[in-house]
Design a protein around this ligand. Structure first.
Ligand SMILES: Nc1ncnc2c1ncn2[C@@H]1O[C@H](COP(=O)(O)OP(=O)(O)OP(=O)(O)O)[C@@H](O)[C@H]1O
Ligand SMILES: C[C@@](O)(CCOP(=O)(O)OP(=O)(O)O)CC(=O)O
Length: 349
């Protein structure tokens, strides 16, 4: 059995003068999707979600406080970020300052190894790493649940990357402080289920419409949204049972229908949000062919055209080959379940 919860220390790390605090977090892919917020300011989802944190594509983020700086500085993959990308990070740093009662500006340097904004969960690894490093840099002593809640304020899916393996994010109930308290992720212990996830990157470019804007439009205008959110409750209950049984076919079927349903809600939005491309559909056809050839393989897609295929590890090479055949030119990666966000030391980097 593989270990899921290699979470690392959560106590405040020493901010070595001049060096700051560094955290590493991995993206997670939802088997039961979150789409839509009932409170945009507090980042409270409408629906519960359940995901698998990956063992590839880490984000590494360093936060250093600089009392002499005139403002926060934020670089993403070595370049200063502007506009909405910067605003989201500065807003998150403001939250850390409010919570800690401190006022120093921060220097934030982050590196994604997953393409940013391509529907491959960069906001999940990005804000999980920022929450962990930022909380430590500002001296906040938070347990994992509180860190998960905090990461949610950056990106709701980031709450799940605080944990390794499978995690469920509770949408919570009520409004205001009660809603904030009730919405966090926690691990879903799954003893002996360790699938492979074959990831077909058909387009690594950033999406034209961010997840945030697209889900807002979907909630406000899609007549299908409510039905999908309701059916997601049954999907989640069935998914938990399927995970407990270690039943790949059931896990895959539920994940695939939940994801296709989410995309249906977007297609019915006004105007429609369409992330799926012809290459996506070719990969989906390839997955259907695999199943008719007797290979259990099931697809899920997030807010982008790239496809992730759940399968048995022993079938991963065959699935990767089928995916390459279906969408020539795509780049294929294979992931397994990975660790939760953790602080790192200079020596480890
Ligand atoms: N390392 C990072 N640090 C801070 N912010 C990040 C980082 N990586 C990504 N982001 C933010 O997340 C945004 C992308 O999020 P978005 O949810 O739209 O796409 P995604 O996470 O790649 O895909 P998906 O929504 O399907 O998971 C970026 O535009 C940026 O604002
Ligand atoms: C389709 C999804 O990947 C949407 C993720 O949305 P984000 O968490 O990236 O959106 P914000 O909360 O606005 O940052 C499904 C999922 O991961 O559950």
């Amino acid at each position: 059995m593989r270990t899921d919860h290699r979470a690392g220390p959560v106590a405040p790390a020493v901010d070595a003068p001049g060096h700051g605090v560094t955290a590493v977090a991995h993206p997670n892919i939802a088997l039961i999707k979150y789409w839509g917020k009932r409170d945009e300011r507090l980042m409270i989802p409408y629906v519960d979600s359940l995901s698998m944190t990956l063992d590839i594509f880490p984000t590494t983020t360093t936060v250093r406080l600089d009392p002499g700086a005139p403002a926060d500085s934020f670089t993403l993959d070595g370049s200063p970020a502007e506009g909405e990308v910067r605003r989201r990070v500065v807003g998150f740093l403001d939250l850390l300052r409010e919570r800690s009662g401190r006022c120093e500006p921060a220097v934030v340097d982050t590196r994604n190894s997953v393409p940013t904004g391509a529907g491959l969960a960069s906001s999940a690894s990005g804000f999980a790493a920022l929450a962990l490093a930022g909380a430590a840099a500002y001296g906040l002593d938070l347990d994992r649940t509180a860190l998960s809640r905090l990461a949610r304020r950056g990106s709701a899916s980031a709450s799940r990357s605080m944990f390794g393996g499978f995690a469920v994010c509770h949408a919570g109930r009520g409004t205001g402080a009660a809603a904030d308290l009730g919405s966090y992720a926690e691990p879903v212990p799954v003893a002996d289920f360790d699938p492979a996830l074959v990831i077909a990157v058909v387009d690594a470019g950033a999406k034209a419409v961010s997840s945030r804007a697209a889900m807002r439009r979907t909630v406000e205008t899609s007549p299908l949204y409510r039905a999908w959110a309701t059916s997601g409750k049954a999907d989640l209950a069935e998914m938990r049972a399927a995970l407990r049984r270690g039943d790949l076919d059931a896990v895959g079927e539920i994940a695939e229908r939940n994801a296709l349903g989410m995309h249906a809600t977007m297609l019915a939005a006004r105007p429609a949000v369409r992330y799926l491309s012809p290459a996506t559909v070719s990969v989906l056809d390839g997955v259907l062919r695999l199943r008719s050839d007797g290979v259990p393989a099931y697809a899920t897609m997030d807010a982008g055209p790239n496809v992730k295929v759940f399968c048995h590890p022993a079938d991963a090479d065959r699935v990767a080959e089928a995916v390459r055949g279906a969408a020539p030119g795509c780049t294929v990666f294979t992931a397994r379940r990975g660790p939760g966000a953790r602080l790192t030391t200079e020596a480890e980097r």
